[in-house]
Design a protein around this ligand. Structure first.
Ligand code: ATP
Ligand code: MG
Length: 564
């Protein structure tokens, strides 16, 4: 159902604006938004917030959302990023249809418009160096000074600008600037630079251009050309809005409304592409799609579902104030989704061998196991049970303390979907390490219940040794040890807060045989252990899992504490 058909629902401030514009017919009912990434890195969860906002609004109000690559800066952009960005937006569940655009396709139109501003006396070629330009700009408390080149004739400006374009001048020797007001209280309006000279090859236009437009000049023009109605951006651009408006008014072209919202920040996470690139380049992670990265591709590999990310974006909403969201909320949304959708399986991360002494040698029973108690339609599967099994090392203690209810010498527990077993003996190696347990089982408890009504205090997961699939399991912690990774001593940077234990690799894990057929990116709940996802490193005979998240929902706990 379209958003504007549900007046009872509380709309965020941006949707309120859009709904009001639809009501008053401001844009003849059109809603055209855009998501405009610069292709200089992979998308992260912050981008997901912007994607869900822009594509979401378009979908809810019967409009459309463009995917536009803001590729006006030739030096940092690569085709690899253009590919990955499209893949990630699609994976998140959004569709731009035929509306895929590149800012660089508008270079000629931008150039023509710049000529138009020169002709109107509203732009000039300036010969100040970058440093001088900064110097002349003034400060928040002091007005700037006019460039000595500000009063060149229109003819001279036209000639020089054309020669800038033709490549006659070296990099940095001249700029084209808007003639606005060097005393303006908003520094962005003190004759901002529109073009710089840069003899650099561009990933799409090659060597065709050696002047490149600055962001503030280019962005509004891109919006205008595409007929955008609502140009939604993050708060840093609030004091750029007067310039956005000035350029479009000076040209007299279609003029979208710029609306700013607060960007997403997450605890234990860095979110700028520049910093994420450093993590990749300096080898702190294994790549852009390392499961510890807050990138969409990293989260996908970790086992996040698009539904969980979209739900998170819905829950956090949009507002006008910068804040930092607790990463536990993201994990909470993830667990909610995985709990509904993940098939349950059994796997043992740190195996301890168990021999059931009274179980017939060579006998195998196929026991019925429930695939998902949250979803009866998921059905059941067969899990083999035999004389030799593995259980989790920490499900056994030789001398259990008071509150340890799991297996111990002489104690009976339930093996999930199987039988009650009692530990009768502990086998140790020469160094005194426990290598094997001897147990007996009660055949009357098949399926996991005792006909005489006797109870046990623990249910353990297990796998049959002979049938188990060997697996590698990668466990992850936060990539940073501090809630705010930017909090560092003088002279250091965020990499000082990297968590040395963010990755732990377990080999020799044992999984139930159904997992031999698991495909990369398939998600499971390992009973009692958490949610896991098959890593693309998986190869025949070597199944690799990433732990997506543990079962314990700390967010729910935090909320309970808050409610008390
Ligand atoms: P970064 O600071 O990570 O490099 P950026 O803003 O330079 O990000 P762009 O590729 O220019 O990255 O961003 C594309 C869109 O995504 C922009 O509209 C931007 O406002 C939005 N965006 C980027 N980071 C966030 C964030 N943390 N929260 C919400 N929106 C974001
Ligand atoms: Mg940017």
């Amino acid at each position: 159902m379209a958003r504007n058909e549900t007046p009872a629902e509380k709309l965020d401030f941006i949707r309120q604006i859009v709904a009001e514009d639809r009501r008053t017919g401001k844009w003849d009912g059109r809603v055209i938004t855009r998501f405009p990434p610069e292709p200089n890195g992979y998308l992260h969860i912050g981008h997901a917030k912007s994607i869900c906002l822009n594509f979401g609004i378009a979908a809810e109000f019967g409009g459309r959302c463009h995917l536009r690559f803001d590729d006006t800066n030739p030096t940092k952009e690569e085709a690899e990023y253009v590919e990955s960005i499209q893949q990630d937006v699609r994976w998140l569940g959004w569709d731009w249809g035929e509306h895929l655009y590149f800012g660089s396709d508008y270079f000629q139109q931008m150039y023509d418009w710049a000529v138009q501003l020169i002709q109107a006396g509203k732009a000039y070629v300036c010969d100040l160096t970058a440093e001088q330009t900064r110097d002349y700009r003034g400060t928040l408390t002091e007005p700037g000074r006019e460039s000595p080149w500000r009063h060149r004739s229109i003819e001279e400006n036209l000639d020089l600008f054309e020669r800038m374009k033709n490549g006659e001048f070296p990099d940095g020797s001249r700029t084209l600037r808007a003639k606005i007001d060097m005393a303006h209280p908003n520094l962005n309006l003190r004759d901002p630079v529109m073009y710089r000279i840069l003899h650099a090859a561009h990933h799409r236009t090659g060597d065709a251009w050696c002047i490149y437009p600055m962001y503030d000049w280019a962005h509004g023009l891109e919006d205008s050309i595409e007929g955008i109605t609502h140009s939604i951006c993050t708060l840093e651009f609030e004091n750029h809005r007067p310039l956005y408006d000035w350029f479009l008014d000076a040209l007299g072209v279609h003029h979208p409304q710029q609306i700013e919202f607060a960007r997403l920040n997450l605890t234990y996470t860095v979110m700028s592409k520049r910093k994420l690139l450093r993590l990749v380049q300096e080898g702190h992670v294994r790549g852009w799609d390392d499961p510890r990265m807050p990138t969409i591709s990293g989260m996908r590999r970790r086992g996040y579902s698009p539904e969980a990310i979209r739900e998170f974006c819905r829950v956090i909403g949009v507002n006008k104030f910068n804040s930092t969201v607790d990463v536990q909320l993201l994990e909470h949304c993830l667990r909610q989704d995985l709990n509904k959708t993940s098939p349950r399986v059994m796997a043992v991360l740190r195996p301890l061998k168990v021999v059931i002494e009274n179980y017939p040698d060579g006998q195998v029973e196929e026991l019925e196991a429930v695939n998902n108690p949250e979803d009866p339609s998921a059905g059941t599967r067969k899990v083999p049970f035999s004389r030799e099994l593995y259980i989790e090392q920490d499900d056994f203690m030789e001398e259990p303390p008071k509150k340890f209810y799991r297996l111990a010498p002489g104690r009976e527990v339930r093996l999930r979907y199987a039988y009650f077993v009692t530990c009768t003996d502990v086998v140790k190696d020469a160094d005194g390490r426990i290598v094997e347990l001897r147990c007996t089982y009660d055949p009357a408890t098949r399926g996991g219940d005792a006909p005489d009504g006797r109870k046990v205090k623990a249910t353990l997961h297990w796998v049959s040794a002979e049938h188990a699939v060997d697996a590698e399991v990668r466990l992850y912690e936060h990539l940073f040890t501090k809630e705010n990774p930017e909090e560092v001593e003088e002279g250091r940077d965020f990499t000082a807060n990297l968590n040395p234990d963010s990755l732990q690799v377990l080999t020799g894990c044992k999984a139930e045989p159904s997992l031999a057929r698991a495909k990369p990116l398939e998600r499971f709940q390992f009973e009692r252990l958490g949610y896991f996802c098959v890593d693309p490193d998986t190869a025949p005979g070597r199944v690799v899992f990433n732990r997506t998240v543990t079962l314990r929902d700390t967010w729910a706990k935090v909320r309970q504490k808050d409610d008390q």
